[in-house]
Design a binder for this molecule. Structure first.
Ligand code: PGA
Length: 263
């Protein structure tokens, strides 16, 4: 069971093996272990081993990879598979991050195959969805995120979807300093929630006990706006890029989550 909120650090193509270990050591000094939230670090795959080793004393820290290929093994030079990520200690995999979609032309069908491969390996996918500025301005936000959600989860059984996570990351807010307002984030999260409830019918009669798929918000999250975003309805956590690259700002964001903001 995942404790909410989820605080996920996406380091992208930053922090090599030594820097990742140094980050984790510095972060651990600042942030006491806690069981009332879930902290997941997504280092570059090459840094996963040293980052995990540096966190050996901290079972509360979880790790993932930023991408996988959908085949399990074979002649795919340069790719890593979900089983390889699992063997290296990953528990979570980001699927369909907007940089994968837009810079590396990853399609909806690719995200479906990747989610399937991640679940097959026993790992947990975090499916990322989000609209571009053009799509937003033309009023297509809902259509885009729902299309991405349904496509990404199309190869998964309901019980696998029930164990997955979703991250809403408006493309125009990633790395730009423009954040969706908490109300904007909530609105889109509520749309995703309705769709998720249809994909994963709550088990009767204990519907209230069933875990809702957490929906994280991402896009220019900082220690200054984290509390307001976490307090917004349906925001189950944060996926953070730039502000997760410094132990102090990352620790500040994780600390925000323990202030009881909204939950
Ligand atoms: P950002 O990135 O926090 O730097 O905007 C978020 C992400 O891409 O996951």
């Amino acid at each position: 069971m995942i404790a909410l909120p989820v605080l996920a650090a996406n380091w992208k193509m930053n922090l090599g093996p030594a820097d990742a270990a140094a980050f984790v050591a510095a972060y651990i000094e600042r942030a006491p272990a806690s069981r009332d939230r879930t902290v997941i670090l997504f280092p570059p795959a090459l840094s996963l081993g040293t980052a995990r080793a540096a966190a050996a004393s901290r079972a509360d820290l979880h790790f993932g990879v930023q991408n996988v290929y959908w085949e399990d093994r074979g002649a795919f030079t340069g790719e890593i598979s979900a089983p390889l990520a699992r063997d290296a200690g990953a528990e979570f995999v980001l699927v369909g991050h907007s940089e994968r979609r837009h810079l590396f032309h990853e399609s909806d069908a690719d995200t479906a195959r990747k989610c399937q491969a991640v679940v097959r390996a026993g790992l947990t996918p975090i499916l990322c969805v989000g609209e571009t500025l053009d799509e937003r301005e033309s009023g297509a936000t809902e259509d885009v995120v729902l299309r991405q959600l349904h496509a990404g989860f199309s190869e998964l059984a309901p019980d696998a979807i029930a164990r997955a996570l979703v991250a809403y990351e408006p493309v125009w807010a990633i790395g730009t300093g423009r954040t969706a307002s908490p109300a904007d984030a909530s609105r889109t999260h509520a749309t995703l929630r309705v769709a998720l409830r249809r994909l994963v019918p709550p088990p009767a009669p204990t519907a209230g006990a069933a875990r809702d798929v957490p929906i994280l918000y991402g896009g220019s999250v900082t220690p200054d706006n984290a509390a307001a975003l976490l307090a917004a309805p349906e925001v189950g956590g944060l996926l953070v890029g730039g502000a997760s690259l410094h132990p102090a700002s990352w620790a500040a964001i994780v600390a925000t989550a323990s202030l009881g903001s909204g939950r």
